[in-house]
Design a binder for this molecule. Sequence first.
Ligand SMILES: [Zn+2]
Length: 435
Amino acid sequence: MKYSDFIEGLPVEEIKRIQDRLLEEAVTYAWKHSPYYMRVFRERGITPSDIRGVDNISILPLTQKENIQEDNWAFLSVPREEIAEIVSTTGTTGDPTFVALTAGDLERLACNEERSFGYACAVPEDLFHISVTCDNLFIAGIAYYRGLIKLGASVVRIGPQNIIRHLDLIRKLRPTGIVAVPSFMVQLARRVSSNGVSAAELGIRKIVLIGDSIRDEDFRTNALGTLIENAFGNVCFSTYGITEAQQSFCECSIRQGLHSHPDFAFAEIIDEEGFPLPDGEMGELVLTPFGIEGMPLLRYRTGDMTFKISGPCACGRNSVRLGPILGRRNQKLKFKGVTLYPKNIENALLCVKGVINYQIEAFTGDDETDNIILRVGYHGNGEDFRAELCEMIKAKARVTPKVEVEHPEQVDKRLYEGGSRKAMTFMDRRVKRYG
Ligand SMILES: [Zn+2]
């Protein structure tokens, strides 16, 4: 398969024609090779000839993570000997799902990332410090690694290590770029400035950030992004990826949304009933990746809430852009008439000095509605602190939850309750409703 370098610069109608054809190919491939889709198509009486381009996509049923969890290997569409690598999701909700990639899929992944880094202004002269996990079945680290090498840049594949080791390597090798999660960059900046040195002096000019979003709904840099940009300069690019769809999106220098690659995936935003939403309206991101051999997916529900923008970007690209990821579908809270996500509260917490750690707990109240308790770790007695906290949450998240200020150690205990390896910053104790 040949990937064009310039598809995102084509007129919108031409991009659509290409996507029409790629979708038809993806549907035919899944129908022929994927045991899962063979069954689904048969049960619903769908044949590939029913799908004539992206305008018809809603004929296809949605695919959920649970469908993969129920029968993971029914998605495998090649003989086992053609699998080159198996990766998995982190399994934060339920069992992890495995994704098998062929050599062709790995090449596709590299091409996707080569382009994404190109959007983030990476050039062959760059040296990138990769601080995210490159093993343990994670797809992202290896995608960045392969993409940067394909682009002609150099890489230092360090992965998660202690901050002193990172800093030592950064000082010795002088990378021009870094791939990291935002909290790592905050930690790095704090470490550097504690020695009276400015983080900007490290010389990192391109920071590609995965994981938490650094932009608000209106693309202004949020509190987390501001912490990083104040320390390193205005050099951050947000990226977002989804393991199951083997797909990533990345900001360009205009920083008005995450650019999609039109010949790699078709992106839809749907409402709670599964109907497509127009530009600018928040809903769930649904992806149909193109050209996947190992485990193709059609209309995969990512669970991530965002919106899309179809108009051209000031950078000259005409590809559909996604807004920042504003939350997870299953974490949506309805609190006293206000719809919000834990992320809204987290963003507010970042603006208050003295917050050591926190846990947001949601539970079902006597009146059957969502309730929120926020527990914040703080050193000191904290009446002024609590007032500032409440004010900030009211301003940023439009709600006034119950706030309990606790000793940070106590909050830590809650975060790792039951031996959890990951800090549970959002504890969902709501009574589950289905449907
Ligand atoms: Zn752009």
